[in-house]
Design a protein around this ligand. Structure first.
Ligand SMILES: [Fe+2]
Ligand SMILES: [Fe+2]
Length: 136
């Protein structure tokens, strides 16, 4: 049986800035891979995936995005940064479960994926409107 995240309720919506959308896609793919690894109990792969991919991609993307917001004098930067910090700390917490040889529940990975998608759909809209206004 093939195991995968149900894409119907976890949709990644492109927002129109290529660099940002590509960063989202890399994080999304890494999270879906991690979820599949978790379900298949492939612990070594899961460990590598989280440390090398999810956290790395999040760190790169969040820093890039925050620099862009700063460059556009976005007033919601602090609030947006706090959301990034929370998502990243949740990802690191999952890493520490794996690192400590604990068993990682696939639902925790799914929760992280959901909070990442929620961030994109509901927090990014405001930022995009601001950046579009500044750039027009
Ligand atoms: Fe983002
Ligand atoms: Fe963001």
């Amino acid at each position: 049986m093939e195991i995968s995240v149900d894409k119907n309720d976890l949709v990644l919506v492109p927002l129109g800035i290529q660099d940002i959308d590509e960063g989202h896609q890399r994080i999304y793919d890494a999270l879906v891979d991690a979820y599949d690894c978790c379900l298949s109990l492939n612990r070594d792969s899961l460990f590598d995936n989280f440390l090398a991919d999810v956290v790395y991609q999040m760190t790169l993307h969040f820093a890039y995005e925050e620099k862009m917001m700063q460059g556009h004098d976005y007033e919601g930067l602090q609030e947006h940064h706090q959301e990034h910090a929370l998502i990243l700390s949740n990802a690191l917490e999952l890493c520490s479960v794996i690192d400590g040889k604990g068993v990682l529940d696939a639902e925790l990975v799914r929760f992280l994926l959901n909070s990442f998608l929620h961030h994109i759909q509901f927090i990014h809209g405001q930022m995009y409107r601001h950046i579009s206004r500044v750039n027009s």
